[in-house]
Design a binder for this molecule. Structure first.
Ligand code: PMV
Length: 347
């Protein structure tokens, strides 16, 4: 092992991060290798949908190991984790690193469009850097999480989060920042209702779906062109605490993103029948005076932005739709948190 490696304190750490739901969506990359987004995005970090991850560097291991919700993983999920751990080692100044045991548990269905990669890579970035003895400031942590998954860059922060596209070739300015803290977002009364429609893994992973959209959809350019304006308007709406305007932009951004994906060849379709019924139910509630707006991601689940006074009624209405398995009200959530760190079975 190299001299520089021996100066790094390889130990263990545990971190928690929450998922987030984009109000202005991220869909497309300007650099695939560095995982840089083609445009910025805006999200709400959610309470209750948590990934807890332990990273333990262990000189006795001869390969990285990943246990996800109690099940040992192999192949691509392990490779993605190893890449982030390699980046952490480079930041820590170690040319080589001990292999690591990574154990991760989600409090919600994995890979089904509930953005588990967002909370997973945010928790990994924090636990991994903590286990390497690093205390990274939020922008650096966000850059690191982004290398695992674009949306993970936002889960490093709490409340309402703005993801900067950035312009630097190395991507160091492509990170998230807090627009409203968790307390400010809660004081405003923001709520997200999440209605889960299936527990199974999604059909097209978000990276594959966005690549295909970018490469083949005649509407991709129009979608990307629309994001900057929507983002600026959404930022203004957040700062003005204008929920109807933010809601309108949220629904528009979601449907524009899916429109670009639907036009890919072959089409990238995340909607199921129940997703469309969810959209219709949200529209009907709104017609009847409820402040509620629809969104959905790379899966069939229905999400609805609303306020504290109406969230329970929205959850009940979506929960009653045939095909919805469960619905819950989520409050704005906290930033990623380091739960424990210390020396472990290191090199
Ligand atoms: O972070 P990824 O690569 O899983 O992409 C996330 C894509 C969407 O969830 C559909 C949109 C978003 O901004 O979160």
């Amino acid at each position: 092992m190299s001299a520089s490696t021996s100066t790094v304190r390889w130990g263990r750490a545990v971190a928690e991060a929450r998922t987030n739901i984009a109000l202005v969506k991220y869909w497309g990359k300007r650099d695939a290798a560095l995982n840089l987004p083609a445009a910025g995005s805006l999200s709400l970090t959610l309470d209750g949908l948590v990934t807890r991850t332990e990273v333990r560097f262990d000189g006795k291991l001869n390969e990285d190991r990943l246990v996800l919700n109690g099940k040992a993983e192999t192949g691509k999920p392990v490779t993605r984790i190893s890449q982030v751990l390699d980046l952490i080692a480079a930041l820590a100044g170690g040319r080589e690193r001990p292999r690591a045991q990574v154990e991760s548990t989600n409090s919600f269905p994995t890979a089904a469009g509930l953005a588990s990669s967002a909370s997973a890579f945010a928790a990994l970035a924090l636990a991994g850097s903590g286990a390497a003895g690093l205390q990274l400031p939020p922008p650096a942590l966000s850059v690191l999480a982004r290398r695992g998954s674009g949306s993970a860059a936002r889960s490093v922060l709490g409340g309402v989060v703005l993801m900067n596209r950035g312009t630097a070739a190395d991507g160091l300015d492509s990170h998230a920042e807090e627009l409203l803290s968790i307390d400010e977002a809660r004081a405003w009364g923001l709520r997200m209702v999440v209605a889960v429609t299936s527990e199974g893994p999604k059909e097209t992973l978000s990276t594959d779906g966005m690549n295909r959209t970018q490469e083949t959809s005649p509407y991709y350019a129009a979608w990307i062109k629309s994001v900057d304006g929507d983002l600026a308007a959404a930022r203004q709406a957040v700062l003005a605490r204008d929920l109807p305007r933010l809601g309108e932009l949220t629904e528009q951004s979601c449907l524009s993103m899916h429109a670009s994906a639907l036009a890919a060849r072959p089409a990238v379709v995340y909607f199921r029948g129940v997703t469309i019924e969810g959209h219709r139910a949200v529209q009907q509630l709104r017609k009847a005076g409820t402040p509620v707006w629809f969104t959905c991601d790379a899966g069939p689940h229905i999400k609805a932005l609303t306020d504290a006074a109406h969230a329970d009624a929205v959850a009940a209405a979506l929960g009653a739709l045939p095909g919805v398995l469960s619905s819950r009200v989520c409050l704005p959530g906290a930033p990623a948190q380091l739960i424990e760190s210390g020396s472990g079975a290191a090199a």
